[in-house]
Ligand binder design. Structure first.
Ligand SMILES: Cc1ncc(COP(=O)(O)O)c(C=O)c1O
Length: 462
């Protein structure tokens, strides 16, 4: 990996608690936050960020093991990408989507060059959820069929169709059962729904379950199967060898569009440009967002196969966005992809995953009985925290809140106290730092994680 240009020094050494209080007060008075009971939250006022760190107005610095929401794949404030955004703002801040614009054309070319197989046309959206919305609309129009199959253990976004595809409990308040979605179980050996004891059994039984679901739903009613290549928010379950190829084969046999959602797993997170590359599968549609420009300016999209693109060659595609392919966002994507290539950032994720992070997490699991399973690849890992080694009973119940979630809150507090900002979801912590984190910083974070896991060990049964 070549060294990064030096960023401008940031003012974390000069705390400004009064400004921090004002920022917090205005937030509390006027900002309505996502997924939250507004009176129950206490957002940290953030003064600045650089590389793998951010800091508050008191001058306390945190190592970010979350990459924001798993999107700052090149870390915060990469100087080359910041400069490219500034240059694009000076040249052409915005332009309507019906025109050919340099930044948009170049972003599409660079993305298409990297997407698996023949996915060569790019429809740009503002983020991940609307990419999913459009992928499903394309699949329905292409097949003329209404229904979509998605996994119970999944997250596909917060808009109406995307949240209904989602498996996790965030779907429930928006699910009236009318979204044309049927859920199924994807493979996950550690908590097998199929009484499997090996990856081979889990794979074969999960494929049989999908095939049976399709048979009983009626193959001619199903437009698409959508899967996260490696489910992210739901727990980073790397599918067993052969599973995704098996889904591809089932979809082909029934004329069903295969959609892979790479909003979280794409753009180097797994140590490959796309997670699909790990498994040698090519979907018909692939969604992306987040890492495409490290989240510096909102951008997402759908990569489209020639066959589906042909459907809309003479028939208009009935969908669009005012900001489809926004020049500022696309310029950030061009700069991000070029920086990732020049600095070997995808290769760095693979190397660190194989030689540092994977082995270190396995070693933590040996010393901490509450770590039930370590799973992942590249810079995309989860620790499944348990309270019983025999039964794998999760440290906290599914969708826990209040006092039943106390062990995870204590873990989070301990990590923060030691300068680590952890990603926490249900009974898991995910280790998803920027892909260009240094080995030294990674080890610093692992040491804080080690300390914080003492709190979860304290809850082991017996
Ligand atoms: C796999 C996946 N799909 C879709 C989304 C939704 O993306 P966004 O929040 O950008 O709309 C997410 C967000 O975390 C995601 O992880």
């Amino acid at each position: 990996m070549t060294s990064q240009p030096q960023a401008q020094p940031q003012p974390y050494a000069t705390p400004d608690p009064a400004l921090g209080r004002a920022v917090k007060a205005a937030d509390r008075a006027h900002v309505f936050h996502s997924w939250s009971a507004q009176a129950a939250i206490d957002p940290l006022a953030v003064a600045g960020a650089e590389g793998s760190y951010f800091w508050d107005y008191e001058g306390k610095r945190y190592l970010d093991f979350t990459s924001g929401l798993v999107f700052t794949n090149i870390g915060y404030q990469h100087p080359k990408v910041v400069a490219a955004i500034q240059e694009q703002a000076a040249k052409m801040t915005t332009f309507a989507p019906a025109f050919a614009v340099e930044a948009r054309s170049e972003a599409a070319r660079l993305i298409a060059e990297r997407t698996p197989g023949d996915l060569d046309k790019i429809f740009f959206t503002n983020a991940g959820a609307d990419a999913v919305e459009h992928a499903i609309r394309m699949a329905r129009l292409h097949t003329g069929r209404p229904k979509v199959l998605s996994a119970y253990r999944s997250y596909h976004g917060g808009t109406q169709q995307a949240v209904n595809l989602t498996g996790d409990p965030r779907r429930w308040p928006s699910d009236s059962g009318t979204a044309g979605v049927v859920h199924f179980w994807a493979p996950f050996l550690y908590r097998s729904r199929f009484y499997a004891r090996t990856e081979e059994e889990e794979c074969a039984r999960a494929l049989e379950h999908l095939e049976t679901t399709i048979t009983f739903e009626g193959p001619g009613t199903i437009a698409a199967v959508i899967l996260e290549t490696i489910p992210g928010t739901a727990g980073i379950m790397v599918p067993p060898p052969g599973y995704l190829a098996g889904v591809r084969e089932i979809c082909d046999r029934h004329g069903i569009v295969f959609v892979l959602d790479e909003v979280m797993a794409g753009f180097g997170r797994t140590g490959e440009w796309f997670a699909a590359d790990l498994f040698g599968v090519v979907p018909d549609l692939m969604t992306f967002a987040k890492g495409v420009n490290s989240g510096y300016v909102p951008l997402g999209g759908v990569a489209i196969s020639p066959e589906i693109a042909d459907t809309f060659a003479t028939r208009p595609y009935p969908g669009g966005l005012t900001y489809s392919g926004h020049p500022l966002a696309c310029a950030a994507a061009v700069a991000t992809i070029n920086v990732m290539r020049e600095e070997g950032i995808v290769e760095n994720a693979k190397r660190l995953g194989e030689t540092v992070l994977g082995p270190a997490l396995a070693e933590l699991a040996e010393r901490h009985p509450s770590v039930g399973e370590v799973r992942g690849t590249g810079m995309f890992w989860a620790l499944d925290l348990i309270r019983d080694t025999e039964t794998h009973e999760p440290l906290v119940p599914y969708n826990a809140s209040g006092s039943s979630n106390a062990p995870m809150l204590a873990f989070t507090a301990a990590a923060k106290k030691h300068g680590l900002w952890p990603f926490v979801n249900m009974n898991r912590t995910h280790i998803v730092p920027p892909l260009n984190i240094t080995e030294e910083d990674l080890k610093e974070g692992l040491s804080a994680l080690d300390t914080a896991l003492n709190t979860t060990d304290a809850h082991m049964a017996g």
